[in-house]
Design a protein around this ligand. Structure first.
Ligand SMILES: Cc1ncc(C[n+]2csc(CCOP(=O)(O)OP(=O)(O)O)c2C)c(N)n1
Length: 633
């Protein structure tokens, strides 16, 4: 990590193989970015990892993980009003949370400049949908830059920051999962660390900043005028590129990852189409696109997810009475999933059947990797919780999941959590499910990071409107699912130790009167408490706590003298009831063909939480493992 931090702060120019997410951090540094805020979510957490590799004392900008994306956007905006070039980053669906603030940004004069970095997720690799955030940008009059590679992440951020600062307007840098995670050798320019001028320059005279009544129209007008200026710039900006294959018949307009896949696929083509690759995808560079359309008989629009470009370009062609054949999405599947080379190859064949040579089966020499369902880690406190909670629920009960590692409770063998929406939605959905419902108990689940992020309003509502459901707060002290980022109850923020904001005291402060608290490894106690809570005829909360064992174990392994431990099966005691595999479901236990259970030594962490699940007490007490697991990671 130190090496990464040193690399990011190098003053001379250099080349290095880096991820898109890492290239972004160097671009922030070179651009003079002063304030950065975020909320964790894939595909962006490695941006924070790279920032964290630079010690706080030498980091050229302030960074924080805020409590949610809206707060992070507001922090960044506030800092920009004082003249600081600022950046906020979060995942695709984070924009839904930030939206109320985001849609206002274009109406403001953002003195220092502000870049909003979004990690969109075509393919829903780690998100609950594939939402295409170009829609939000259009609705909010905010320009969108879309890089395709780590080099472009670096150059496009710098261009976005420059434009934003110059025009005092927000710019959205739209990354997608594979652009964030792709690695490439990037040539970085030199960086001259200037002593920052941090004089707070906020001045209401730079506004108006109060979008009310008479001010709204001029503010909106100014946003639209600025957008028109960006369009004029986009028509000549080097971020849009033309690849000339001397083909007046066929052209393709594309951007981002689909462009890279297209280049891959076209290697096989004899006659290649001309390509207009857009780097600025909103506002549409009208003149550039018009010239491209006019100079080609047929133009295919190759865009991932929705037909945002298609609608704009067809409208323009209609207005201009162009007779170019414009080919947009042709099949339902064109709207779904990532535009990988295979997918782009299919799309090109559907568009121009003769362009690519006859399809031969591609023999890809890659090792066989069996499908693995997502599952909780060995020793996970959530597993103990679900094993215990399931025993407290009658079969009529309705269970409402939320987003986090504990979402996996919906999977076999637990089957707890039957509906999932988005972060923080469980309590209010559960409250809705309790209306006109006197026969079925409702239990909702919520993680502790999500409690602070978007969970509180649903809880306040349940107290205020007296919804008699049970909320099970799965407290593991961290934001586990996205890679262990600290939150308000962790006792640390990104930069330093802080006082915890204990969830119990927050609940008490909100007026929750029925609160139960138990470590999830105490399974029978947890079963009892959940039964009790479900029988309360008021809103009740069970705090089911246990530290995230993946994080805990990693920390332990770094300590000198660490000794790995593991349990074993006493085959003399085992009666092959199989509770450990069928109901507890720890992946450590392996069912052999002869019905014996054995322990996978590579997975077991020796926490022993499984021992209480075995009716014949065949799981042995954790013992030091012999030599094989004492590695440091
Ligand atoms: C709006 C939004 N922001 C970020 C994410 C990414 N994300 C998924 S789960 C999660 C929080 C997980 O932490 P916690 O609630 O404590 O549950 P845990 O994983 O620790 O069990 C986050 C930030 C998301 N899905 N939606």
């Amino acid at each position: 990590m130190k090496k990464l931090g040193d690399m990011l702060l190098k003053q001379g120019s250099f080349s290095e193989i880096v991820m898109g997410n890492t290239a972004l951090v160097r671009a922030m540094i070179e651009s003079g970015t002063r304030v950065v805020a975020a909320y964790p979510g894939s595909p962006t957490p490695e941006i924070a990892d790279a920032i964290g590799a630079i010690p706080k004392e030498t980091r050229p900008f302030y960074f924080e993980f805020s409590t949610n994306e809206k707060v992070a956007t507001e922090i960044t905006f506030g800092a920009a009003l004082n003249g600081h070039l600022s950046t906020v980053f979060f995942k695709s669906v984070g924009l839904n949370v930030a939206a109320d603030t985001f849609v206002q940004l274009s109406h403001m004069n953002i003195i220092g400049g502000m870049v909003v970095v979004i990690g969109d997720d075509p393919g829903a690799n780690s998100s609950q949908n594939e939402q295409d955030n170009r829609h939000y940008a259009q609705m909010s009059y905010i320009p969108v830059f879309e890089p395709a590679s780590p080099t472009e992440v670096y150059t496009f951020y710098k261009a976005a920051a420059e434009l934003s600062r110059k025009m005092q307007m927000p710019v959205l840098l739209r990354l997608t999962t594979h652009v964030c995670h792709a690695k490439e050798k990037v040539r970085f320019e030199s960086w001259d660390p200037q002593p920052p001028d941090d004089t707070p320059v906020f001045d209401p005279g730079n506004g108006p900043y109060i979008p009310l009544t008479a001010e709204v129209f001029p503010m909106k007008r100014r946003a639209l005028q600025r957008l028109a200026e960006v369009e004029a710039y986009a028509n000549h900006a080097p971020l849009n590129t033309f690849i000339d294959h001397d083909n007046p018949e066929q052209g393709i307009i594309t951007m981002g990852l689909p462009f890279l896949s297209l280049m891959d696929v076209l290697q096989e083509a004899e006659e290649k189409p001309d390509i207009l690759k857009l780097g600025i995808v909103y506002p549409l560079p009208q003149q550039l696109v018009r010239d491209f359309l006019k100079s080609h008989r047929e133009v295919k629009l190759l865009e991932e997810l929705d037909n945002v470009l298609e609608k704009e370009i067809k409208l323009m062609a209609f207005d201009e009475k162009l007779d170019t054949t414009i080919i947009g999405k042709q099949d339902l599947e064109d709207w779904i999933g990532e535009y990988t080379p295979d997918k782009v190859s299919t799309i090109i064949r559907n568009t121009w059947p003769d362009m690519l040579p006859l399809k031969t089966e591609r023999v890809i020499d890659k090792p066989y990797v069996p499908m693995r369902p997502a599952q909780m880690c060995p020793g996970c406190g959530h597993r103990s919780a679900f094993h215990a909670i399931k025993k407290a629920l009658d079969e009529n009960a309705i269970t409402v999941a939320d987003i986090g590692c504990h979402t996996l409770g919906f999977m076999p063998p637990y089957g707890v959590g039957e509906i999932l929406m988005c972060m923080g939605a469980s309590t209010a959905m559960g409250s809705g499910l309790s209306l006109f419902n006197t026969t079925r108990k409702v239990a909702a689940f919520l993680g502790d990071s999500t409690f602070f992020h978007a969970g509180l309003p649903g809880i306040v509502n349940a107290v205020f409107n007296k919804h008699p459901i049970t909320l099970i707060l799965m407290e593991n002290g961290t934001t586990a699912m996205t890679g262990h980022q600290d939150h308000a109850a962790s006792g640390r923020n990104f930069n330093e130790a802080t006082d915890r904001i204990p969830v119990r005291q927050v609940l008490e402060g909100l007026g929750v009167t029925h609160i139960y608290e138990v470590d999830t490894y105490q399974q029978s106690r947890l079963t009892e408490l959940v039964k009790q809570a479900l029988n309360d005829d008021a809103f009740s909360v069970v705090i089911a706590k246990h530290p995230c064992m993946l994080k805990f174990n990693r920390e332990q392994r770094r300590k000198p003298g660490y000794q790995a431990k593991r349990v074993d099966i006493d085959q003399n005691k085992c009666r092959q009831v199989h509770e450990c595999v069928e109901r507890f479901g720890c992946p450590t236990f392996v069912l052999e063909k002869d019905n014996r259970i054995i322990v996978n030594p590579d997975l077991c962490i020796g926490d022993g939480s499984c021992r209480q699940t075995c009716p014949t007490e065949a799981i042995t007490a954790p013992e030091t493992a012999q030599g094989d697991r004492n590695e440091t990671i």
